[in-house]
Design a protein. Structure first.
Length: 62
């Protein structure tokens, strides 16, 4: 069943593909940031840990 939202079907497919790419990239960035947040080591531990935590919280990842 076609949905009429005022955008041609082919344009809807291109938009959906682009949004899917953005979603995938965002999820990948979140996973990497989360991993770095929990695996920080070394002399900059506190600084980096807090930076990654701030990024997590700012993007509604929690």
């Amino acid at each position: 069943m076609a949905i009429d939202i005022g955008i041609e079907t082919e344009a809807q497919k291109r938009i959906a593909g682009a949004l899917g790419q953005v979603l995938g990239n965002t999820q990948g960035l979140y996973i990497k940031t989360h991993g770095y947040h929990w695996n920080v080591e070394g002399p900059m531990f506190n600084t980096l840990h807090l930076m990654f935590e701030t990024q997590d919280n700012a993007h509604g990842c929690r």
